[in-house]
Ligand binder design. Structure first.
Ligand SMILES: Nc1ncnc2c1ncn2[C@@H]1O[C@H](COP(=O)(O)OP(=O)(O)OP(=O)(O)O)[C@@H](O)[C@H]1O
Ligand code: SF4
Ligand SMILES: [Mg+2]
Length: 354
C-alpha cells in the first residue's frame, strides 16, 4: 500500500505557547534515578594551521543535555547520524572529557572523579558497541577477551575469572566450549552476545548500549534485544540505549529522548512519544516508520525534512531545528525555545503546541 509523501510547508502553527507560571507537575518517574545528567556539554576544538595550531571554533557535539535514568530502567536516546549520541554516551562514562555539566551515578559524582578513584569507578559502567569485538585483539580467544576487564581491575584468580566467564557465557546463551575460540569464528549475533558478556563480566550497574543491533539482520536483532531485556532483570541492570532506529528504542526503552544537533528536543515515556509526538522533528522521524496496522499505514503521511543536518560547529540561531522545520515562524530564528513540560512527564523544546 503506498503512502503519499508530501512536505508540510504551509501549515501555519497557532500562536506561541503562553505560560503564566511554571507548571507544577509530578515527577516523570517515581523510581529514584540511578543516573542523573545535568547540562552536559562536549565541545571539540577545531584546530587549523600547519606550523602553529590555533583553535578556530568548536564542534558542539553535545550542547547542554540533562536527563535521568531510573534504577533498573532503560532510556532510549534517538536521533540521526552526527547529532551527538555516541559522544553523549562516552561522556557519561568519562571516556570523553565533558566541557561542562555533571554526571551522577548513584551517590557518586562521576564528573569530579580522578585517578585511581575514576579507574575503580569505571567497573560500574560499561559500554556495548555496534561491533564490540571489532576493536579487540583478534589473536585473543574468548577466555582472554572476557577475563581482560577483570584482570585490569585486579578481580579474582585465573580460576575465578574463568568460572565467572563460564557463568556469564551461560547468561548470554553461549556454551563454555566457545572459551577457546577466536572472534572471527563467530556470527554477528554471537559476536554481539560476546560483547554483552564482556560488558557484564564486572557486573556493572549501568550499561550504555551504542547501536547494539544495527549491524545485525532483523531476525537476529529481535533475539539480541530479548537477551538485553532478560539480562536487565537477571543482573539488575540500568540501560542507556543509543540508536538511530526508533523501533529498537521503542522495544527496549521505558523513556525516550530525541536528540537533534547536540540537544534534546523531546522526552517522554515510550508510549507517549510514539503515540503523541509533540516536536516536529520527532513527528518527522516517526512519519518515516512503516506502521504494522494496515489502517494506520494507509493514512500515514510522511513529513519530509528539507536539507541536511546543519554543522554542529555553527548551529542555527534560536531553534536549532528551524532550518528544516515545516512549521518554523519568525520567532523560531530569534528565540531559543525553552525545555518545557508540555504534559505530565512529557518534555519538549518548541515554541508551539503542535
Ligand atoms: N573526537 C572528535 N573530534 C571532533 N569532532 C568529533 C569527535 N567525535 C565526534 N565528533 C563530531 O561530533 C558530532 C557528533 O558525533 P557523534 O559520533 O556523537 O554522533 P552520533 O549521533 O553518535 O552519530 P552516528 O549515529 O553516526 O553514530 C559529529 O559532528 C562528529 O563529527
Ligand atoms: S520552535 Fe523549532 S521546532 Fe518549534 S516550530 Fe519553531 S522551528 Fe519548528
Ligand atoms: Mg554514534
Amino acid at each position: 500500500m503506498s503512502t503519499e509523501d508530501h512536505a508540510l510547508q504551509d501549515e501555519s502553527p497557532q500562536v506561541p505557547v503562553q505560560r503564566t507560571a511554571e507548571p507544577e507537575l509530578p515527577a516523570a518517574s517515581a523510581d529514584p534515578a540511578l543516573l542523573e545528567v545535568e547540562d552536559l556539554k562536549v565541545h571539540f576544538p577545531i584546530r587549523r594551521g600547519v606550523v602553529v595550531e590555533r583553535t578556530v571554533g568548536h564542534v558542539r557535539a553535545v550542547d547542554g543535555v540533562s536527563l535521568q535514568v531510573a534504577q533498573g530502567g532503560t532510556y532510549g536516546l534517538v536521533g540521526e547520524s552526527g547529532c551527538g549520541k555516541t559522544t553523549f554516551g562516552r561522556a557519561v562514562l568519562r571516556l570523553e572529557e565533558p566541557t561542562g555539566g555533571r554526571v551522577r551515578l548513584g551517590d557518586d559524582e562521576v564528573t569530579s572523579l580522578k585517578g585511581e578513584r575514576l579507574r575503580k569507578f569505571r567497573s560500574r559502567m560499561q559500554m556495548v558497541f555496534q561491533d564490540p569485538l571489532g576493536s579487540l585483539n583478534p589473536r585473543h580467544n574468548v577466555d582472554m577477551l572476557l577475563s581482560e576487564p577483570l584482570k585490569v581491575h585486579g578481580v579474582g584468580s585465573k580460576e575465578e575469572r574463568r568460572k565467572l566467564a563460564v557463568e556469564t557465557l551461560d547468561a548470554v546463551g553461549l556454551p563454555k566450549t566457545v572459551l577457546e575460540r577466536f572472534p572471527h569464528e563467530f556470527s554477528g549475533g554471537q559476536r554481539q552476545r560476546l560483547g554483552i558478556a564482556r560488558a557484564l563480566m564486572l557486573r556493572p550497574d549501568l550499561i550504555v548500549c551504542d547501536e547494539p543491533v544495527s549491524a545485525l539482520d532483523v531476525s537476529i536483532q529481535a533475539q539480541v534485544m530479548n537477551l538485553l531485556d532478560e539480562l536487565q532483570g537477571e543482573f539488575g541492570l540500568t540501560y542507556l540505549v543509543i540508536a538511530h532506529d526508533l523501533a529498537v528504542v521503542r522495544h527496549l526503552s521505558d523513556r525516550v529522548g530525541v536528540m537533534y544537533l547536540g540537544k534534546l528536543v523531546e522526552e517522554a515515556d515510550s508510549e507517549s512519544i510514539y503515540e503523541h509526538p509533540r516536536h516536529p522533528y520527532t513527528k518527522a522521524l516517526l512519519s518515516a516508520v512503516p506502521q504494522p496496522d494496515p489502517e494506520k499505514e494507509a493514512t500515514r503521511e510522511r513529513i519530509i525534512l528539507k536539507g541536511d543536518l546543519p554543522s554542529p560547529a555553527n548551529p542555527p540561531s534560536g531553534c536549532r531545528f528551524r532550518t528544516r522545520c515545516p512549521w518554523a515562524q519568525d520567532i523560531c530564528a530569534e528565540q531559543e525555545p525553552e525545555w518545557r513540560e508540555a504534559a505530565s512527564g512529557h518534555k519538549v523544546a518548541c515554541h508551539f503546541d503542535l
